[in-house]
Design a protein around this ligand. Structure first.
Ligand code: FAQ
Length: 321
Protein backbone atom coordinates (compact mmCIF):
# COMPACT_ATOMS: atom_id res chain seq x y z
CA UNK A 1 0.00 0.00 0.00
CA UNK A 2 1.40 3.43 -0.95
CA UNK A 3 1.14 6.00 1.82
CA UNK A 4 0.18 9.54 0.90
CA UNK A 5 2.24 12.53 2.08
CA UNK A 6 -0.22 13.44 4.85
CA UNK A 7 0.03 9.95 6.35
CA UNK A 8 3.83 10.11 6.23
CA UNK A 9 3.83 13.54 7.88
CA UNK A 10 1.45 12.31 10.62
CA UNK A 11 3.70 9.34 11.31
CA UNK A 12 6.78 11.56 11.55
CA UNK A 13 4.99 13.90 13.95
CA UNK A 14 3.82 10.94 16.05
CA UNK A 15 7.31 9.44 16.22
CA UNK A 16 8.78 12.82 17.23
CA UNK A 17 6.12 13.24 19.94
CA UNK A 18 6.65 9.66 21.13
CA UNK A 19 10.37 10.32 21.59
CA UNK A 20 9.71 13.58 23.46
CA UNK A 21 7.15 11.89 25.73
CA UNK A 22 9.56 9.04 26.49
CA UNK A 23 12.58 11.25 27.09
CA UNK A 24 14.44 9.89 24.07
CA UNK A 25 16.83 12.23 22.33
CA UNK A 26 15.98 13.78 19.00
CA UNK A 27 19.01 13.36 16.70
CA UNK A 28 20.09 15.48 13.70
CA UNK A 29 18.85 12.94 11.12
CA UNK A 30 15.40 12.62 12.76
CA UNK A 31 12.40 14.54 11.49
CA UNK A 32 11.54 17.51 13.73
CA UNK A 33 9.00 20.35 13.52
CA UNK A 34 10.43 23.50 11.96
CA UNK A 35 9.66 25.58 15.06
CA UNK A 36 11.58 23.11 17.24
CA UNK A 37 14.60 23.34 14.90
CA UNK A 38 14.51 27.16 14.83
CA UNK A 39 14.09 27.40 18.58
CA UNK A 40 17.12 25.18 19.12
CA UNK A 41 19.22 27.19 16.68
CA UNK A 42 18.24 30.38 18.54
CA UNK A 43 19.06 29.06 21.99
CA UNK A 44 22.17 27.02 21.15
CA UNK A 45 23.74 29.76 19.01
CA UNK A 46 23.09 32.38 21.71
CA UNK A 47 24.58 30.02 24.25
CA UNK A 48 27.66 29.60 22.01
CA UNK A 49 27.99 33.37 21.58
CA UNK A 50 27.83 33.75 25.38
CA UNK A 51 30.75 31.37 25.84
CA UNK A 52 32.84 33.20 23.23
CA UNK A 53 32.00 36.78 24.30
CA UNK A 54 32.32 35.56 27.91
CA UNK A 55 36.05 35.10 27.35
CA UNK A 56 36.56 38.87 27.20
CA UNK A 57 35.96 40.01 30.81
CA UNK A 58 38.30 37.32 32.16
CA UNK A 59 40.78 37.60 29.28
CA UNK A 60 41.21 41.18 30.48
CA UNK A 61 42.96 39.86 33.62
CA UNK A 62 45.24 37.15 32.23
CA UNK A 63 48.23 39.48 32.05
CA UNK A 64 47.45 40.95 35.48
CA UNK A 65 46.79 37.80 37.54
CA UNK A 66 48.48 38.21 40.94
CA UNK A 67 50.61 35.02 40.73
CA UNK A 68 51.92 32.69 38.05
CA UNK A 69 49.73 29.92 39.50
CA UNK A 70 46.58 32.05 39.20
CA UNK A 71 47.59 33.07 35.69
CA UNK A 72 47.92 29.45 34.52
CA UNK A 73 44.51 28.59 36.00
CA UNK A 74 42.81 31.62 34.44
CA UNK A 75 44.38 30.95 31.07
CA UNK A 76 43.10 27.35 31.16
CA UNK A 77 39.63 28.53 32.15
CA UNK A 78 39.37 31.06 29.36
CA UNK A 79 40.54 28.42 26.87
CA UNK A 80 37.84 26.07 28.20
CA UNK A 81 35.21 28.72 27.41
CA UNK A 82 36.47 28.85 23.81
CA UNK A 83 36.09 25.06 23.67
CA UNK A 84 32.51 25.31 24.99
CA UNK A 85 31.69 27.84 22.29
CA UNK A 86 33.04 25.48 19.65
CA UNK A 87 31.07 22.43 20.90
CA UNK A 88 27.94 24.57 20.90
CA UNK A 89 28.50 26.03 17.42
CA UNK A 90 29.08 22.43 16.30
CA UNK A 91 25.78 21.33 17.91
CA UNK A 92 23.91 24.20 16.21
CA UNK A 93 25.49 23.34 12.84
CA UNK A 94 23.88 19.87 12.99
CA UNK A 95 20.56 21.72 12.62
CA UNK A 96 21.56 23.07 9.23
CA UNK A 97 22.83 26.56 10.05
CA UNK A 98 26.36 27.65 9.17
CA UNK A 99 28.79 29.07 11.70
CA UNK A 100 29.33 32.06 9.40
CA UNK A 101 25.61 32.92 9.54
CA UNK A 102 25.57 32.60 13.33
CA UNK A 103 28.54 34.98 13.65
CA UNK A 104 26.92 37.45 11.24
CA UNK A 105 23.82 37.47 13.49
CA UNK A 106 25.97 38.03 16.57
CA UNK A 107 27.91 40.92 15.04
CA UNK A 108 24.79 42.59 13.62
CA UNK A 109 23.17 42.49 17.08
CA UNK A 110 20.37 40.19 15.85
CA UNK A 111 21.46 37.32 18.10
CA UNK A 112 21.84 37.92 21.81
CA UNK A 113 24.44 36.63 24.26
CA UNK A 114 24.26 36.49 28.07
CA UNK A 115 23.71 39.97 29.54
CA UNK A 116 26.30 39.38 32.28
CA UNK A 117 29.21 39.75 29.87
CA UNK A 118 28.36 43.39 29.26
CA UNK A 119 29.59 44.31 32.74
CA UNK A 120 33.25 45.31 33.12
CA UNK A 121 35.79 43.29 35.12
CA UNK A 122 37.39 46.08 37.12
CA UNK A 123 39.32 44.28 39.85
CA UNK A 124 40.87 40.88 40.60
CA UNK A 125 37.90 40.33 42.92
CA UNK A 126 35.68 40.44 39.82
CA UNK A 127 37.52 37.41 38.46
CA UNK A 128 36.64 35.58 41.68
CA UNK A 129 33.01 36.74 41.46
CA UNK A 130 32.72 35.74 37.79
CA UNK A 131 34.00 32.21 38.45
CA UNK A 132 31.91 31.78 41.58
CA UNK A 133 28.65 33.51 40.60
CA UNK A 134 28.60 33.56 36.79
CA UNK A 135 29.86 30.01 36.34
CA UNK A 136 27.75 29.01 39.36
CA UNK A 137 24.60 30.37 37.68
CA UNK A 138 25.64 28.84 34.36
CA UNK A 139 26.02 25.41 36.04
CA UNK A 140 22.55 25.61 37.64
CA UNK A 141 21.10 26.15 34.19
CA UNK A 142 23.35 23.73 32.33
CA UNK A 143 22.91 20.78 34.71
CA UNK A 144 19.24 20.88 33.79
CA UNK A 145 20.11 21.25 30.08
CA UNK A 146 22.02 17.96 30.22
CA UNK A 147 18.53 16.44 29.87
CA UNK A 148 17.46 18.66 26.98
CA UNK A 149 15.68 16.73 24.23
CA UNK A 150 18.17 17.45 21.42
CA UNK A 151 20.99 14.85 21.46
CA UNK A 152 24.01 16.94 20.37
CA UNK A 153 23.07 19.78 22.78
CA UNK A 154 22.52 17.37 25.67
CA UNK A 155 25.86 15.58 25.13
CA UNK A 156 27.67 18.91 24.80
CA UNK A 157 26.18 20.02 28.13
CA UNK A 158 27.41 16.89 29.95
CA UNK A 159 30.99 17.66 29.01
CA UNK A 160 30.66 21.40 29.58
CA UNK A 161 29.24 20.91 33.09
CA UNK A 162 32.31 18.93 34.17
CA UNK A 163 34.55 21.83 33.20
CA UNK A 164 32.25 24.49 34.66
CA UNK A 165 32.50 22.85 38.08
CA UNK A 166 36.24 23.46 38.08
CA UNK A 167 35.59 27.07 36.96
CA UNK A 168 33.18 27.69 39.79
CA UNK A 169 35.60 26.33 42.38
CA UNK A 170 38.53 28.39 41.10
CA UNK A 171 36.37 31.54 41.42
CA UNK A 172 35.21 30.65 44.92
CA UNK A 173 38.81 29.96 45.97
CA UNK A 174 39.80 33.45 44.83
CA UNK A 175 36.92 34.84 46.90
CA UNK A 176 38.00 32.81 49.96
CA UNK A 177 41.57 34.15 49.66
CA UNK A 178 40.29 37.74 49.44
CA UNK A 179 37.56 37.44 52.07
CA UNK A 180 39.97 35.91 54.58
CA UNK A 181 42.74 38.37 53.70
CA UNK A 182 43.46 42.00 54.66
CA UNK A 183 40.68 44.56 55.17
CA UNK A 184 41.33 45.95 51.70
CA UNK A 185 41.07 42.48 50.17
CA UNK A 186 37.85 41.76 52.05
CA UNK A 187 36.44 45.07 50.83
CA UNK A 188 37.41 44.13 47.27
CA UNK A 189 35.56 40.81 47.60
CA UNK A 190 32.46 42.56 48.98
CA UNK A 191 32.50 45.14 46.20
CA UNK A 192 32.72 42.42 43.51
CA UNK A 193 29.89 40.47 45.14
CA UNK A 194 27.75 43.62 45.27
CA UNK A 195 28.30 44.38 41.58
CA UNK A 196 27.93 40.83 40.20
CA UNK A 197 25.14 39.39 42.36
CA UNK A 198 22.15 41.03 40.65
CA UNK A 199 23.48 40.64 37.08
CA UNK A 200 24.08 36.93 37.91
CA UNK A 201 20.38 36.59 38.84
CA UNK A 202 19.48 38.18 35.49
CA UNK A 203 21.29 35.36 33.67
CA UNK A 204 18.21 33.15 34.22
CA UNK A 205 16.11 35.44 32.03
CA UNK A 206 12.80 37.20 32.66
CA UNK A 207 10.16 35.91 35.11
CA UNK A 208 8.31 32.87 33.77
CA UNK A 209 5.19 34.95 33.12
CA UNK A 210 7.23 37.31 30.90
CA UNK A 211 9.31 34.66 29.13
CA UNK A 212 8.41 34.58 25.43
CA UNK A 213 9.94 31.19 24.64
CA UNK A 214 9.49 29.17 27.84
CA UNK A 215 6.10 27.60 27.13
CA UNK A 216 7.23 26.15 23.78
CA UNK A 217 10.68 25.16 25.03
CA UNK A 218 9.30 23.42 28.12
CA UNK A 219 6.66 21.61 26.05
CA UNK A 220 9.30 20.09 23.78
CA UNK A 221 11.81 19.64 26.60
CA UNK A 222 14.39 21.99 25.11
CA UNK A 223 14.31 23.59 28.57
CA UNK A 224 13.70 21.25 31.51
CA UNK A 225 13.25 23.79 34.33
CA UNK A 226 11.76 27.26 34.28
CA UNK A 227 13.72 30.52 34.53
CA UNK A 228 12.31 31.29 38.00
CA UNK A 229 12.86 27.76 39.38
CA UNK A 230 16.50 27.77 38.32
CA UNK A 231 17.01 31.29 39.69
CA UNK A 232 15.53 30.18 43.03
CA UNK A 233 17.96 27.24 43.18
CA UNK A 234 20.84 29.62 42.63
CA UNK A 235 19.59 32.11 45.25
CA UNK A 236 19.21 29.32 47.83
CA UNK A 237 22.63 27.76 47.18
CA UNK A 238 24.43 31.11 47.26
CA UNK A 239 23.28 32.16 50.77
CA UNK A 240 25.49 29.72 52.75
CA UNK A 241 28.40 30.45 50.39
CA UNK A 242 28.16 34.17 51.19
CA UNK A 243 27.90 33.34 54.90
CA UNK A 244 31.02 31.16 54.75
CA UNK A 245 32.94 34.03 53.17
CA UNK A 246 31.78 36.31 56.00
CA UNK A 247 30.45 38.87 53.49
CA UNK A 248 27.21 40.87 53.59
CA UNK A 249 24.40 39.66 51.35
CA UNK A 250 23.67 42.30 48.68
CA UNK A 251 19.90 41.67 48.86
CA UNK A 252 18.49 43.62 51.80
CA UNK A 253 15.07 41.94 51.37
CA UNK A 254 16.35 38.38 51.49
CA UNK A 255 14.37 36.30 53.96
CA UNK A 256 13.88 32.59 54.62
CA UNK A 257 10.32 31.47 53.92
CA UNK A 258 9.49 28.41 56.02
CA UNK A 259 6.31 27.64 54.13
CA UNK A 260 7.98 27.56 50.71
CA UNK A 261 11.23 26.09 51.97
CA UNK A 262 13.10 28.73 49.98
CA UNK A 263 14.48 32.23 50.36
CA UNK A 264 12.25 35.14 49.33
CA UNK A 265 14.26 37.84 47.67
CA UNK A 266 14.12 41.45 46.52
CA UNK A 267 13.10 42.37 42.98
CA UNK A 268 15.59 42.47 40.13
CA UNK A 269 15.96 45.79 38.31
CA UNK A 270 14.23 44.69 35.09
CA UNK A 271 14.84 48.06 33.43
CA UNK A 272 18.54 47.43 33.74
CA UNK A 273 18.10 43.90 32.33
CA UNK A 274 16.18 45.14 29.26
CA UNK A 275 18.64 47.96 28.74
CA UNK A 276 21.55 45.53 28.71
CA UNK A 277 19.96 42.90 26.44
CA UNK A 278 18.95 45.66 24.04
CA UNK A 279 22.56 46.70 23.52
CA UNK A 280 22.92 49.52 26.06
CA UNK A 281 24.92 47.97 28.90
CA UNK A 282 28.33 49.24 30.00
CA UNK A 283 30.31 47.11 27.56
CA UNK A 284 27.96 45.96 24.76
CA UNK A 285 29.64 48.04 22.06
CA UNK A 286 33.15 47.24 23.29
CA UNK A 287 32.45 43.48 23.37
CA UNK A 288 31.14 43.37 19.80
CA UNK A 289 33.87 45.70 18.48
CA UNK A 290 36.51 43.46 20.06
CA UNK A 291 34.94 40.35 18.55
CA UNK A 292 34.78 42.03 15.13
CA UNK A 293 38.41 43.07 15.40
CA UNK A 294 39.51 39.52 16.34
CA UNK A 295 37.42 38.19 13.48
CA UNK A 296 39.05 40.58 10.98
CA UNK A 297 42.55 39.95 12.32
CA UNK A 298 42.05 36.19 11.91
CA UNK A 299 40.61 36.41 8.39
CA UNK A 300 43.99 35.55 6.83
CA UNK A 301 43.98 32.17 8.61
CA UNK A 302 40.68 31.23 6.98
CA UNK A 303 41.93 32.48 3.60
CA UNK A 304 45.11 30.40 3.96
CA UNK A 305 43.06 27.33 4.94
CA UNK A 306 40.79 27.84 1.96
CA UNK A 307 43.76 28.27 -0.44
CA UNK A 308 45.40 25.12 0.96
CA UNK A 309 42.16 23.17 0.59
CA UNK A 310 41.79 24.32 -3.03
CA UNK A 311 45.40 23.29 -3.75
CA UNK A 312 44.85 19.85 -2.22
CA UNK A 313 41.65 19.35 -4.23
CA UNK A 314 43.46 20.28 -7.44
CA UNK A 315 46.25 17.81 -6.64
CA UNK A 316 43.79 14.99 -5.86
CA UNK A 317 41.87 15.77 -9.02
CA UNK A 318 45.09 15.62 -11.10
CA UNK A 319 46.11 12.25 -9.55
CA UNK A 320 42.66 10.78 -10.15
CA UNK A 321 43.05 11.83 -13.81
N1 FAQ B 1 20.98 37.68 28.61
O1 FAQ B 1 11.82 33.82 26.54
P1 FAQ B 1 13.11 33.95 27.28
C1 FAQ B 1 28.17 31.02 30.69
C2 FAQ B 1 16.67 36.84 26.00
S1 FAQ B 1 27.01 30.50 29.59
C3 FAQ B 1 20.69 37.95 27.32
O2 FAQ B 1 13.07 33.60 28.74
P2 FAQ B 1 14.64 31.59 26.74
C4 FAQ B 1 29.49 30.29 30.73
C5 FAQ B 1 16.36 35.51 25.31
O3 FAQ B 1 17.49 35.04 24.60
C6 FAQ B 1 25.68 31.65 29.82
N2 FAQ B 1 19.50 37.66 26.75
O4 FAQ B 1 14.23 33.10 26.51
C7 FAQ B 1 30.58 31.22 31.02
C8 FAQ B 1 15.21 35.93 24.44
O5 FAQ B 1 15.71 36.71 23.35
P3 FAQ B 1 15.37 36.35 21.80
C9 FAQ B 1 24.69 31.48 28.77
C10 FAQ B 1 18.59 37.03 27.53
O6 FAQ B 1 15.60 31.24 25.66
C11 FAQ B 1 30.88 31.60 32.30
C12 FAQ B 1 14.46 36.93 25.33
O7 FAQ B 1 15.41 37.44 26.25
N3 FAQ B 1 23.85 30.35 29.05
O8 FAQ B 1 27.90 31.92 31.38
C13 FAQ B 1 18.84 36.71 28.86
O9 FAQ B 1 13.43 30.73 26.91
C14 FAQ B 1 31.91 32.48 32.56
C15 FAQ B 1 13.27 36.31 26.05
O10 FAQ B 1 13.68 35.43 27.12
C16 FAQ B 1 22.91 29.97 28.20
O11 FAQ B 1 22.74 30.54 27.16
C17 FAQ B 1 20.08 37.05 29.40
N4 FAQ B 1 20.41 36.80 30.67
O12 FAQ B 1 15.41 31.60 28.16
C18 FAQ B 1 31.35 31.71 29.97
C19 FAQ B 1 22.10 28.76 28.62
N5 FAQ B 1 17.74 36.11 29.36
O13 FAQ B 1 16.06 35.04 21.49
C20 FAQ B 1 32.41 32.57 30.23
C21 FAQ B 1 21.14 28.34 27.55
C22 FAQ B 1 16.83 36.06 28.36
O14 FAQ B 1 13.87 36.25 21.69
C23 FAQ B 1 32.69 32.96 31.54
N6 FAQ B 1 20.06 29.27 27.41
N7 FAQ B 1 17.35 36.63 27.29
O15 FAQ B 1 15.96 37.49 21.01
C24 FAQ B 1 18.95 29.24 28.18
O16 FAQ B 1 18.81 28.45 29.10
C25 FAQ B 1 17.83 30.20 27.85
O17 FAQ B 1 18.05 30.66 26.53
C26 FAQ B 1 17.73 31.42 28.81
C27 FAQ B 1 16.61 32.34 28.30
C28 FAQ B 1 17.38 30.94 30.21
C29 FAQ B 1 19.03 32.22 28.83
Amino acid sequence: MVENTTEIADKQQDLFQHKINNNQNIEPNNWMPERYRKSLIRQISQHAHSEIIGMQPEGNWITRAPTLHRKIILLAKVQDEAGHGLYLYGAAETLGVSRTDMIVDLLSGKAKYASIFNYPSQTWGDIGAIGWLVDGAAICNQVSLQRTSYGPYSRGMIRICKEESFHQRQGYKIMIALAKGSNEQKQMAQDSLNRFYWPALMMFGPHDGESAHSAFSMRYKIKRESNDDLRQKFIDQTVPQIEYLGLKHPDKDLQWNDERGHYDSGEIDWNEFHNVINGNGYCNRQRLAHHQQAHDAGAWVKEAQHAYHQKQMKREYAVAG
